[in-house]
Write a protein of this length. Structure first.
Lengths: 115, 114
């Protein structure tokens, strides 16, 4: 079964609203989680690195005030898309590693559609 | 130059043939290399990881790494229609050690025709 779970798997929101996506590690403590975004027919683009108990590290070009990341516990990271616009519609995927960092587990992904 | 480059394809092979997928990367200090398979609308799933020069075999899959040439490949023997998917090459981000931060190539679409 899945060791990293994302919720919701699909969400539709209105333009201008905010939406939260959760990423949970189910049977291990994830010291680090990563958030990726994938537009249709494109590859995964890393958005940010989420470390438990500290601020996320954002990749160049990713607006930290728009994509809020919270990693409050060793099993949960959340990504909040604020003031969503149709161009934010994408497939958002998280991954998680344990303390060793040697094994990377991906969540099932979350489809966001902004209308 | 992109950090991880793949031919987007599509690569079309007949059922039973060998599919060869290639990937080059730009940073010589990269240490970990991964091949993921992604079906349309789904999250990527790990096929192979490779860390040392040479070949690594797992069932019908063989990963090949040549650090001197900054090249990693994936061979799929006896290709099946169910292998039709996008194959993503991923490299451990330079400077990140073993933290799991991956840089992905754009993916190669493989089509296996019955």
């Amino acid at each position: 079964g899945a060791v990293v779970s994302q919720h919701p798997s699909r969400v539709i929101c209105k333009s201008g609203t905010s939406v939260k996506i959760e990423c949970r590690s189910l049977d291990f403590q994830a010291t680090t989680m990563f958030w990726y975004r994938q537009f249709p027919k494109q590859s995964l683009m890393l958005m940010a690195t989420s470390n438990e108990g500290s601020k996320a590290t954002y990749e160049q070009g990713v607006e930290k005030d728009k994509f809020l990341i919270n990693h409050a516990s060793l099993t949960l990271s959340t990504l909040t898309v604020t003031s969503a616009h149709p161009e934010d519609s994408s497939f958002y995927i998280c991954s998680a590693t344990g303390a060793s960092g040697n094994t990377i587990y991906f969540g099932e992904g979350s489809w966001l559609t902004v209308v | 130059q992109k950090e991880v480059e793949q031919n987007s394809g599509p690569l079309s092979v007949p059922e039973g043939a060998i599919a060869s997928l290639n990937c080059t990367y730009s940073d010589r200090v990269s240490q970990s290399f991964f091949w993921y398979r992604q079906y349309s609308g789904k999250s990527p799933e790990l096929i192979m990881s490779i860390y040392s020069n040479g070949d690594k075999e797992d069932g019908r899959f063989t990963a090949q790494l040549n650090k001197a040439s900054q090249y990693v490949s994936l061979l799929i023997r006896d290709s099946q229609p169910s292998d039709s998917a996008t194959y993503l090459c991923a490299v451990n981000s330079p400077g990140s050690g073993n933290t799991g931060k991956l840089i992905f190539g754009q993916g190669t679409t493989l089509q296996v025709k019955p």
